[in-house]
Design a protein around this ligand. Structure first.
Ligand SMILES: [Zn+2]
Length: 176
């Protein structure tokens, strides 16, 4: 599985409990939705995959938010093996794990790789009302929102409103 697909799987999994209009949704809430979600992310859509994906999602969200330590992931990694295969180009690593655990394991290993290669760049959105996460690959590493459209602009608009409002008050006080 290419790396960018694994990253999409991890981010989509972390972002599967979005908040919209002040309400939290869970894209893996029903078995039917969750199976479809697993299929869309390279799985077979089995009940077992869904169980492991939900468990990995809940723990990964806590770890990335910093409310739990990485050691809480240990039980999810039991018996997971990477098997090397020598090819003409070098070594290909195969994930040796039961099919049911494959999608969740891919998300967990991708989290580990990002920790190592891009430390600190996977983080929660700075908008408190948002439950999404972002992976900042930009050089300055200053992205704060899951998306400028969804959260950045909204916060900016609110700040702008406050500034404009504050100015209006000051003008009123001066009696201009
Ligand atoms: Zn956000």
């Amino acid at each position: 599985m290419p790396e960018h697909e694994d990253e999409a799987l991890l981010l989509d999994l972390l972002n599967s409990t979005p908040v919209a209009d002040g309400r939290q949704f869970d894209l893996l809430a029903t078995d039917e939705e969750a199976r479809g979600w697993a299929r869309d992310h390279g799985g077979a859509g089995t009940a077992g995959e869904v169980t492991h994906l939900r468990r990995a999602r809940d723990r990964l969200q806590e770890v990335v938010r910093g409310t739990a330590g990485p050691e809480t992931l240990a039980p999810l990694l039991t018996d997971l093996r990477l098997r090397p295969e020598v090819t003409q180009h070098g070594i290909a690593w195969h994930l040796d794990v039961t099919d049911d655990r494959r999608p969740a394991s891919r998300a967990l290993l991708t989290w580990a790789r990002i920790q190592e290669e891009l430390p600190g760049r996977l983080r929660p959105c700075a908008n408190d009302e948002c439950r999404r996460f972002l992976l900042d690959r930009s050089r300055p590493n200053t992205a704060r929102w899951c998306s400028m459209k969804a959260c950045g602009n909204r916060l900016k608009a609110r700040r702008h409103y406050r500034r404009a409002h504050g100015q209006a008050d000051a003008t009123a006080r001066k009696g201009v």
